[in-house]
Design a protein around this ligand. Structure first.
Ligand SMILES: Nc1ncnc2c1ncn2[C@@H]1O[C@H](COP(=O)(O)OP(=O)(O)OP(=O)(O)O)[C@@H](O)[C@H]1O
Ligand SMILES: [Mg+2]
Length: 428
């Protein structure tokens, strides 16, 4: 009885908080807040904003197909969200005393740790569904739609939590100075680098991907970096951007792994591996990074699948390799990287020529006041999406509905081993 009463209270609170739209912040706002705002202000903002963001996405979890909601991994994820939602609500009416704010910070650390396995656990839930049920096109479509929104929501919640912890946690007091890597610590505000040197992030991501490539293929393609800049802009020796370097690193690392694998496989009969080229340009509106490889490209008929979760042409990494990070194989690289790019209103676009190679472009907003968070909002239209059935074909060739085909060719009996879990956990 008491449990039922508790459930009703939570569900009322979910209804209440999901009525509000999340408030997107720009990178500039994050910086201004980090430089000027007090811990108290941040506390008061987060104790409402976090439940709003959590409630918005939890309402969507509830709309997922019944079968999926019954999968053990999805139940676990749901449970984590419920607990974290309740824990933050504990602070709803508390006075912002130093003790309360310290407790709040500790709770945020706890929540961040609790949610560190969400990506792979949700992925596991989808696999459990596929292994136990026939999944129709509509369900497949809803899951793809949901995962994009769910993972984006998670990126945003972690951004808020990380900023608060980095700036105000007693353990790393004066977070913007102490917590930053490298010689120029003072240019960090929380996890934002106000002078992120794009080329050094590229080199870093390349070196780490090359390490994996060398392990698998005993060789790897070289890297060539070209830089360009809009003529009206003041010429900089290195192109800088105000950005979260870990997000940029994540995208580049994934793209390098993909390009390296393509190059090594396509040229496997020769000892010559054409280099991967990255062009970096700074315009008035965007900073663009174009990665080009001569890895033989991708068939046009499969390009629609590339951003689907679980789509991969790589052989399933063996569980005996569980201690190593795989070069490819889970099909999360491109879709999650695109979410990172879109999170601050950038994008990630892939263009391929079969028989030749692939270009992938990362766009990032050049101006930090235009780099606004892109957040999923729960409303009636969202609910409708989950309930409507897939349209019948209205083109002569049904293959035009290519987006409705089966997601993965590689998901049967596909368990995410330890290494993948670690790679994904680090990623988000
Ligand atoms: N540069 C590229 N050249 C050729 N094929 C590519 C390239 N980038 C991606 N692909 C194709 O797209 C598929 C999906 O890529 P994605 O990065 O999402 O997953 P993955 O690399 O298979 O696994 P992981 O989750 O480990 O990244 C790849 O399996 C590969 O077939
Ligand atoms: Mg990949």
């Amino acid at each position: 009885m008491r449990l039922t009463a508790r459930f009703h209270t939570i569900s009322k609170m979910l209804d209440f908080y999901s009525q509000f739209n999340p408030s997107p912040l720009s990178i500039k706002k994050f910086i201004d807040f980090g430089l000027n705002a007090s811990e108290e202000k941040s506390f008061i903002f987060l104790r409402k904003e976090l439940p709003v963001r959590l409630a918005n996405i939890m309402k969507e979890i509830a709309l997922l197909p019944e079968n999926l909601l019954r999968m053990p991994s999805v139940i676990a994820v749901n449970d984590w969200y419920m607990r974290s939602f309740q824990e933050i609500l504990e602070f709803e009416k508390k006075d912002p005393t130093p003790g309360t704010m310290e407790h709040f910070c500790n709770e945020l650390v706890k929540i961040r740790n609790r949610h560190s396995d969400v990506v792979e656990t949700m992925a596991q839930g989808v696999l459990e569904l596929k292994e136990s049920h026939d999944v129709d096109c509509h369900t497949e479509h809803s899951i793809q739609y949901f995962l994009d929104r769910f993972y984006m929501s998670r990126i945003s919640i972690r951004m808020l939590i990380n900023q608060h912890i980095n700036l105000f946690s007693a353990l790393i007091f004066g977070g913007q100075l102490e917590n930053a890597p490298g010689p120029n610590r003072s240019k960090y505000i929380g996890c934002i680098d106000t002078q992120c040197d794009v080329v050094s992030v590229i080199k870093d991501a390349y070196e780490n991907a090359r390490f994996l490539c060398d392990q698998y293929y005993l060789a790897s393609p070289d890297l060539i970096i070209n830089q360009g800049q809009h003529n009206d802009l003041q010429k900089e020796e290195y192109i800088n951007i105000v950005y979260v370097p870990s997000h940029l690193y994540h995208m580049l690392f994934e793209l390098f792994k993909n390009s390296m694998r393509a190059v090594m496989e396509y040229h496997n009969s020769s000892n010559e591996f054409p280099p991967i080229t990255v062009a970096v340009s700074k315009g008035k509106e965007d900073i663009c990074l174009k990665m080009s490889d001569l890895g033989g490209g991708i068939r046009r008929s499969t390009t629609d699948h590339l951003f689907k979760y679980m789509y991969s042409t790589a052989p399933q990494p063996s569980k005996s390799d569980a201690h190593t990070v795989p070069l490819a194989g889970y099909g999360y690289g491109l879709p999650i990287s695109r979410l990172y790019a879109r999170y601050f209103h950038g994008d990630l676009v892939l263009l391929s020529c079969e028989g030749y190679g692939t270009d992938t472009v990362i766009y990032m907003k050049a101006l930090s006041n235009e780099a606004n968070e892109l957040l999923p909002i729960f409303n009636k239209t969202t609910s409708k999406f989950y309930r409507t059935t897939v349209q019948t074909g209205d083109w002569s060739n049904q293959a035009a509905n290519i987006g409705d085909r089966q997601i993965s060719i590689n998901t049967k009996k596909h368990q995410l081993p330890q290494s993948a879990q670690e790679a994904l956990t680090r990623a988000l």
